[in-house]
Design a protein. Sequence first.
Length: 404
Amino acid sequence: MGLIVQKFGGTSVGSPERILNVAACVKEETERGNNVVVVVSAMGKSTDHLVSLAKEISAQPNKREMDMLLSTGEQVTISLLSMALNQQGLNAVSFTGWQAGIVTEPVHGNARISNINTEAIQTQIAAGKVVIVAGFQGITEDGEITTLGRGGSDTTAVALAAALKADKCDIYTDVTGVFTTDPRYVKAARKLLSISYDEMLELANLGAGVLHPRAVEFAKNYQVRLEVRSSMEKTEGTIIEGEATMEQNLVVRGVAFEDEITRVTVLGLTNSLTSLSTIFTTLAENHLNVDIIIQSTTEGGTANLSFSIHTNDLLETLKVLEDNKEVLGYDQLDAENKLAKVSIVGSGMVSNPGVAAKMFEILAANNIQIKMVSTSEIKVSAVVEEKHMLGAVEALHAAFELGE
Ligand code: ASP
Ligand code: MG
């Protein structure tokens, strides 16, 4: 008898009918002779709805109370799914994060799981029950409710699969798997049969919304066998595992993209040994996330520095830099909005020189100017104007032969 962790996202549990459909899917798994632990998200867009309720009360709601509020979304789903399973003759029990023993660090809004006390779950499994756990939430050592960051139910599921040493973790969602690029925007997008943890991690971090990046990190660290598959269609999904076993010879496996990127440029920065560390420490202390960084020195001995951020963080970033102008020592700030990041990912790149060159050639041939570049062993990202984003994705997807 195996143990399977199944996770169902918001769309998959978006209505009573869909919850009944999920119950049938859980039942099938038990009929295959497996023990099942189920992790669910909040129904449909209910987390967004809770966020907007809070915004109507306060522009900057207290983070502890925000977690208190958002954690209720998943609690609705676990109880309804448990009822649905009981209705279908299965023995089920629902657990909130704390009942499931999910302990997190004491951070509100984006907590990391520090450990899971699986005893309560194990006891219920041994009693023959299906255990349904609320995703996205945990509890601190001091008994405070925390949440794991938007999209965090994936992480709950993978962390539970690791802690319970489950045979597999199935992530059921509203698409049929992981695609070479987002099928909603690119017709030629093709479903991948398998992908490696590292490739998936890059894709998730570079804007592919299909999996929470921290869930992939967990899966990689604990070697959890993951499959992303559809809750509506009975088709094979995408397996995420140690090495991409199939299609391995492909240099590029996927194209990811992300809009709402802004480039900030700091002109005339005093070129001292510590100027970079001072700037980025100041930004980090204000929880501002910086992505690509480019520095160039001028003839006068000062430096110009550009970095990319999410457009939402622009006002705050400019304010922090202006407030610290004296200490940081620069002449002028400049910002360019309406940019996007387009990235190609594939573990075959490590051993294939010329992939970046080919990417730049393709963009140039399509008259797309590159504003910034960053690379790792298995990805190349280029920042371009937002209006060129989808054109760039289509062109790269075709040139690297990722389509059907
Ligand atoms: N309900 C949470 C969200 O919408 C967590 C999740 O769905 O994974 O972000
Ligand atoms: Mg999700």
